[in-house]
Design a protein around this ligand. Structure first.
Ligand code: P71
Length: 460
């Protein structure tokens, strides 16, 4: 990876979307009316939107040109065949089930393979995956290495599965209860941390011993491959395509939210190596998503997805992408702001529990920081702490809090420049400078499930 100041973005800007920083008074009014929950803000009241990297990418001229060649036939659209060819070329999976987004691919995979009482081990399942596993009556089992949970631990592959934990799980429950293992790469929930190829291979060997298939949650597969090329001994001179090929050689298929590394605003797919499984998947795809060649998407969206997948393994694109995230991380560290280390692929996760050490979990320190970042600079970030992950004990009703109080600054792909990132870093620094005067929040409304999307707060 070259130093950030020795190169510039590998693209120039052809179209711009105006953004505006509304006044401090207007921001105060907007966040108050939003019940101190940034999900309730109008995006026009946001200056720099770091809520998610999902579906927020800027498409290229090649993708936009593809939009104009959408074949909107109900069956047999040429765009589907293009998508299939690109996916097979990258992943070796011959069979492609397009879906409206990633969670729909998860839904179909669970319908086909999971029965009540099953267990699905992985490094750390994403929220929607965990939701679908539970909806199938099965149990998600996170086998991430212990170091993966420690924010300050600067290891290269903190997304890795602990092979001993996985082996114990396989020995205890076996193939009868474990329909597959799922590797999420990069691992979103602990900071966008990559999985090494050594780990992929070790999981595959272990899975083979027990006759259990391996699937990949490939939402950020290209970013993961870039980290392998940069960090794993022996891969510096391999192309990203070769590395991705090796990653997928360890898997029987994947689910994909194309809203991330396929550089599109909507879309997803399930890709499979087995024709038999594919036939079963189509039986669920048709009633829930649509006919097998469009799966809930317009032909033009499928074309943009195929073209995004062709573009995302460009080394200069990934260097700039990962470099931008890392650069923001270094600026925050320089300002004394604690973050999850090392910076991950798609965002910076601020350790709000440690920054706002005077606020207990019950006063939502991460959410308080989200609010302050908005008030300071119109920046929208997302809370991954007591509100998103806290829940009540089934019997005692007592609150159980997560170990970490994090705020994610998620960077959309090809959207913001380094000057936007400088602005974000300066705003975060200004908030950190007045951290001791930041007050906590109190919940005034919470939904029974997924409360962070609709919660409302009051300031203490
Ligand atoms: C992110 C998202 C989007 C999101 C989804 C749900 C709640 C909040 C935010 C989505 C992922 C993901 C991984 C690893 C599957 C999905 C679902 N991430 N796997 O990080 O990160 O994909 O949204 O297309 O259904 O903001 P989908």
């Amino acid at each position: 990876m070259r130093p950030r100041d020795t190169y510039a973005e590998p693209y120039k800007i052809k179209m711009v979307e105006p953004i505006r920083l509304i006044s401090p008074g207007e921001r105060k009014q907007a966040i108050t009316e939003a019940g101190y929950n940034v999900f309730n803000l109008k995006s026009e009241d946001v200056y720099i939107d770091l809520l998610t990297d999902s579906g927020t990418s800027a498409m290229s001229e090649y993708q936009w040109a593809g939009i104009m060649s959408g074949d909107e036939s109900y069956a047999g659209s040429k765009n589907f065949y293009h998508l299939q060819q690109v996916i097979e070329d990258i992943t070796g999976c011959k069979f492609v089930v397009p879906t409206h987004q990633g969670r729909a691919a998860e839904h179909i995979l669970m319908r086909v393979l999971v029965k009540p009482g099953d267990r699905i081990p992985g490094n750390m399942h994403f929220d929607t995956t965990e939701g679908h596993i539970r909806l199938s009556g099965a149990e998600p089992v996170n086998c991430l290495t212990d170091q993966g949970y420690i924010p300050g631990e600067k290891l290269p592959f903190k997304g890795n599965i602990d092979i001993n934990k996985l082996e114990k799980e396989l020995l205890a429950h076996g193939r009868e209860k474990i329909p597959f293992i799922l590797i999420t790469a990069t691992c979103n929930n602990n900071g966008g941390q990559p999985v090494s190829l050594e780990n992929f291979k070790a999981v595959r060997r272990l899975a083979d011993r027990f006759g259990v298939p391996v699937f990949l949650d490939a939402a950020r597969f290209a970013e993961n491959a870039y980290f392998i090329q940069q960090r794993e001994p022996g891969y510096r001179n391999k192309t990203l395509k070769e590395i991705v090929g090796e990653m997928f050689s360890c898997a029987d298929g994947c689910t994909m939210s194309a809203k991330k590394d396929a550089l599109v605003n909507i879309g997803g797919f399930l890709a499979l190596k087995s024709e038999e499984l594919y036939q079963q998947a189509v039986e669920w795809q048709i009633p829930f998503e649509g006919f097998r060649t469009y799966g809930g998407l317009a032909g033009r969206d499928i074309e943009a997805m195929a073209r995004g997948l062709e573009e995302v393994l460009d080394e200069q694109y990934l260097e700039n992408r990962i470099g931008q995230v890392q650069c923001l991380g270094e600026k925050l560290i320089g300002a004394g702001i604690p973050i999850v280390q090392p910076p991950g692929g798609h965002g910076i996760y601020i350790d709000a529990g440690s920054l706002l050490g005077h606020l207990p979990h019950s006063q939502f320190p991460a959410q308080a920081l989200v609010v302050e970042l908005y008030l300071e600079g119109g920046i929208r970030s997302v809370e991954l702490g007591a509100c998103a992950f806290g829940h009540r004990d089934g019997t005692t009703g007592e609150m159980i809090y997560p170990a970490l109080e994090l705020v994610r600054l998620t960077i959309p792909r090809r959207v913001y420049t380094d000057r936007h990132m400088d602005f974000v870093a300066r705003a975060a620094e200004a908030v950190a400078d007045r951290k001791n005067s930041i007050r906590g929040l109190q919940l005034v409304y919470e939904a029974p499930v997924l409360r962070h999307f609709t919660a409302r707060f009051a300031r203490l």
